[in-house]
Design a protein around this ligand. Structure first.
Ligand SMILES: Nc1ccn([C@@H]2O[C@H](COP(=O)(O)OP(=O)(O)OP(=O)(O)O)[C@@H](O)[C@H]2O)c(=O)n1
Ligand SMILES: C[C@](O)(CO)[C@H](O)COP(=O)(O)O
Length: 393
């Protein structure tokens, strides 16, 4: 994740999803159709959210579509705006809504119809805003271009210097807001960079990505499905955690309350086993560690059930269109005996992760009475998480 300008800048994302998707056909507007079981709009949202560089995500919808969007997005945080008859009008409505909420330093405007957004493209766009007003991802044109002369071949078009323009497009907020307000609405503009350029600003070109292709026609959905299906890359992460044993504490281990004369002490419920799994999963995603997502200094996590942290890690995997292949957990303690609780722990972990129980292994070992675990001062746990992610991650 990269933030542009200074780290204090407010950067927001605006997803336009108010189109009818006429060219894509079907009964449902394309942004609400499913790719690999997840709505196109949710894919686009997750791609921006996973990047982590945005203070807010605004979504422009057709009139009366808030209910369907809320059902698709579940608890994902977003504010909704009603769009207009044209893409330009929908973007304008979104920008006005952001302005009404105090504006922003930069805005990234994205088509919901482009569900896969490599983080590297966002990084390039935000980096370009360090010295620029607007930046867009483009790809060169590779095919020969001709004009259609009523079904026969007309004149060729020189493709030298031609680029295909994609979204997301990044802008200094005040500039793109002013450019939209000044635009002659009798003319349509197919993207926002044209509008910024029309207002007199240069637009920087950064390298686009084939994975950003827009869903426009019916056949594009099969391509998108295939993009998620193969190839997948296997990611392995490891996690390790230790907590101190103390009197007057409950002993939560592997999501299960284990009867014991002492329990683990910590800021949350101190479930060392779940913490190790969370770190293993975040490690496989290369998304930091449990402390960076749930700082111990934050009072809201005091006494929190570690189920929440594990569910959060599961949701990060889902947001990346990943799959949890296997969890292997080892609990290191002299007492209590883990064997009698092993099946309950496997079942609880599998339930939180929404995976079959045979993908969760729970093991235990002592340290032959050596070290802090051997002296029964604390319990340690280590975990290995194996995930598979689509190659576009
Ligand atoms: N009035 C409109 C038209 C388009 N869009 C959005 O702009 C993006 C790119 O537009 P396009 O692919 O043309 O979508 P549609 O207008 O829905 O498609 P079609 O032209 O085939 O009807 C899409 O995410 C679409 O939802 C929008 O917010 N408001
Ligand atoms: C904004 C855009 O996606 C950039 O390529 C494109 O211009 C949208 O065009 P459409 O005609 O609305 O599909």
């Amino acid at each position: 994740m990269r933030r542009c300008m200074t780290s204090n800048n407010k950067i927001v994302a605006l997803i336009v999803a108010a189109g009818q998707g006429n060219r894509a056909g079907g009964d449902t507007p394309k942004q609400f159709r499913l790719i690999a079981g997840k709505a196109v709009l949710a894919h686009a949202y997750d791609a921006l959210a996973v990047h982590g560089g945005f203070d807010a995500i605004h979504i422009v919808l057709g009139d009366g579509q808030e209910g369907i969007a809320r059902a698709i997005l579940g608890e994902r945080a977003a504010s909704f705006v009603t769009g207009a008859d044209s893409r330009r009008g929908s973007v304008r409505a979104g920008l006005e809504a952001i302005a009404a909420q105090g504006g922003a330093d930069a805005v990234l405007i994205h088509d919901a119809a482009r569900p896969f957004v490599p983080g590297a493209v966002i990084d390039r766009l935000l980096a370009a805003l360090d010295g620029g007003t607007g930046a867009i991802p483009t790809l060169p044109v590779a095919d020969t271009l001709i004009r259609d002369a009523s079904g026969t071949m007309g004149d060729g078009v020189d493709r030298g210097g031609l680029h295909r323009v994609q979204t997301p497009q990044a802008f200094r907020f005040d500039a793109i807001m002013a450019a939209h307000r000044a635009w002659d609405i009798a003319r349509e503009a197919t993207d926002d960079a044209q509008i910024l350029k029309g207002w007199g600003h240069d637009v920087i070109l950064v390298q686009g990505d084939e994975r950003l292709e827009k869903l426009t026609y019916p056949q594009d959905f099969a391509r998108a499905d295939a993009q998620l299906a193969t190839p997948r890359s296997t990611r392995v992460g490891m996690g390790y955690d230790v907590h101190r044993l103390a009197p007057d504490e409950e002993l939560w281990l592997g999501g299960v309350l284990v009867p014991h004369d002492r329990g683990l002490a910590g800021h949350s419920d101190a479930d060392v086993a779940l913490h190790a799994i969370v770190d293993a999963m975040l490690g496989a995603l290369a998304e930091g560690d449990i402390g960076s997502h749930f700082p111990p200094s934050d009072p809201q996590w005091r006494g929190a059930s570690s189920d929440r942290f594990l569910a959060y890690a599961r949701d990060r995997v889902t947001a990346r269109n990943g799959r949890i292949e296997h969890i292997d957990l080892t609990i290191i303690c002299e007492a209590p005996k883990i064997g009698p609780h092993r099946d309950a722990m496997r079942a609880r972990i599998a339930a939180i992760l929404a995976v079959p129980v045979d993908r969760v292994s729970v093991k235990a070992t002592t340290t032959e009475r050596l070290g802090f675990a051997g002296r029964r001062e604390g319990i340690a746990a280590q975990a290995v998480a194996t995930l598979s992610l689509p190659a576009l991650s």
